[in-house]
Design a protein. Structure first.
Length: 308
């Protein structure tokens, strides 16, 4: 057999092995599509259940899409299913409310308070929807109700904050990415740990607040600093400890003697993206320093509602 033919055969074998590994990685768990009735309206959500053979109960990570997104798009953007495979937790991707015209039915928003879109205009009770979804998932999947976490992007981050503020008994930790608080009182979330991740060059939900040059909601957003201050208002916390400061990011942690900890990761030069994600606005440099999905899990897994 000639050297060239041998080389060709080994290349083909390698391709087969790689393709098998990729295929296997894609089918580790199962995705289910679900619906429930909330005040006469059908609401939908996806659940990713990793291939877990153990019989114990597992954490639930709820991931909320941004404005004009949907469950499928945020699943693709965050790649949270891959983190769930290694971390062994269940992921839920609920859908917000779509527009009334056909072209907008899968371009969805959340009623996070002052933002966004049709969900706010129609005064949709998204808190009730998520609360009922949690109950439904809890009756179907083996979840640990003391370890339910919420992560969100943009309008989804705003909704994650609202859930912490209004149903804090259900939520063990919140991770907000590229979105700020859209209601005026969050004192009830005093005992909910918070991680906020935001690019300092975000043009949709600006770090310093305002509408943003690329914003579509027409909403004047609260700044990141004002959001953190509102979250801290009901807590007794020390001055922030700067844990990381390099060319790419700054990490500040507020340690509290009365109330749960709060952390802020600022992405230097970062835009309106899920860092390390696969969204249409992501660039190769976005994930240079962190993966927001891995950061979300590494942060959340420290906390449980029944922890002393």
């Amino acid at each position: 057999m000639s050297p060239l033919l041998k080389l060709t055969m080994w290349v083909l074998v390698g391709c087969v092995i790689m393709c098998h590994e990729v295929l296997f990685a894609e089918i580790k768990g199962q995705i289910s599509y679900n619906s429930l009735d909330v005040n006469g309206v059908e609401r939908t959500y996806m659940v990713y259940n990793p291939a877990i053979s153990d019989t114990k109960k597992f954490p639930l990570m709820i991931v909320l899409h941004g404005g004009l997104g949907n469950a499928e798009s945020i699943s693709e953007t965050t790649q949270m299913n891959r983190v769930a495979d290694s971390g062994q937790f269940i992921v839920a991707y609920p859908n917000g409310t779509g527009g009334r015209i056909r072209a907008m039915t899968n371009r969805r928003t959340w009623n996070a308070g002052t933002c966004c879109g049709q969900a706010v205009k129609r005064d949709i009770n998204d808190v009730l929807f998520i609360e009922r979804m949690i109950d439904r998932i809890g009756s179907t999947f083996p979840i640990d109700k003391n370890r339910i976490y919420v992560a969100g992007m943009s309008n989804g981050a705003m909704m994650a904050y609202r859930l912490a503020c209004e149903i804090p008994d259900k939520i063990a930790a919140v991770i907000a990415v590229s979105g700020t608080l859209a209601i005026d009182n969050c004192d009830a979330a005093k005992n909910i740990p918070v991680l906020h991740i935001h690019g300092d060059q975000d043009e949709n939900v600006p770090f310093e607040g305002g509408q943003g040059s690329r914003g579509l909601s027409g909403v004047c957003h609260r700044s990141v600093n004002d959001t953190i201050n509102l979250i801290l208002r009901s807590r007794t916390c020390s001055h922030p400890v700067q844990e990381t400061d390099n060319d790419g990011l700054q990490v500040f942690t507020y340690r509290c003697t009365d109330g749960a900890p709060v952390s802020l990761i600022t992405i230097k030069g970062g835009g309106h993206v899920w860092p390390g994600g696969h969204g249409r606005n992501n660039t190769l440099s976005d994930g240079r320093y962190i993966s927001a999905s891995q950061e979300a899990w590494d942060f959340a897994k420290q906390f449980s509602k029944n922890a002393k």
